[in-house]
Design a protein around this ligand. Structure first.
Ligand code: HEC
Length: 143
């Protein structure tokens, strides 16, 4: 019986050790894993072509920072935001739109085939992080 317990402890200790090495290796392989949100990568790849944060000339859509400002007010929950945001992008209509000024300037956002999962990851990133942009949304609102 004693031998058996020693053997179990031995295996447990071995597993604990090999686990730590595994984690350490994974982290070394991908040091950015903890810091870059998948939604950020997807946002830059799929949306910044039009919703570029700072481009002044040849702008074809409002910066995403402004979009966020129109969609997230005080008390807007992540669930409410995600539902409205994803729903608009899947099927943009004037009825759903919250940025009539942007529609007047740029026309309604063209419908594109973004997977819903992609949009949810982007929504998660936007809701939970500061979005880069011209940085003067408060000023912009006053205009
Ligand atoms: C081909 C250009 C283009 C691309 C790519 C694009 N958009 Fe847009 N989007 C627009 C334009 C133009 C508007 C402004 C007119 C409007 O509000 O419909 C807009 C507006 C929006 C709005 C606000 C709509 C409103 O009025 O309430 C949201 C939300 C949005 N885009 C999300 C996204 C997201 C997320 C992506 C990437 C997955 C994306 N867009 C990619 C052109 C684009």
């Amino acid at each position: 019986m004693k031998k058996f317990i020693v053997a179990i402890l031995g295996i447990a200790a071995f597993m604990a050790c090999s686990n730590t090495t595994n984690n350490a290796e994974q982290f070394a392989d991908n040091p950015m894993q903890e810091t870059v949100h998948e939604g950020e990568i997807l946002l830059k790849k799929n949306c910044y072509v039009c919703h570029h944060p700072t481009r002044e000339t040849g702008r074809i859509a409002p910066p995403m920072q402004y979009v966020k400002g129109h969609y997230i007010k005080e008390g807007t929950t992540e669930e409410e935001f995600t539902r409205a945001f994803v729903s608009f992008i899947l099927h943009p209509t004037k009825l759903k739109a919250r940025m009539p000024g942007a529609i007047a300037n740029f026309g309604l956002m063209p419908q594109q085939a973004f997977p819903e999962e992609t949009l949810k990851k982007i929504a998660d990133y936007i809701y939970n992080n500061q979005i880069e942009g011209p940085g003067d949304f408060e000023e912009h609102k006053k205009k």
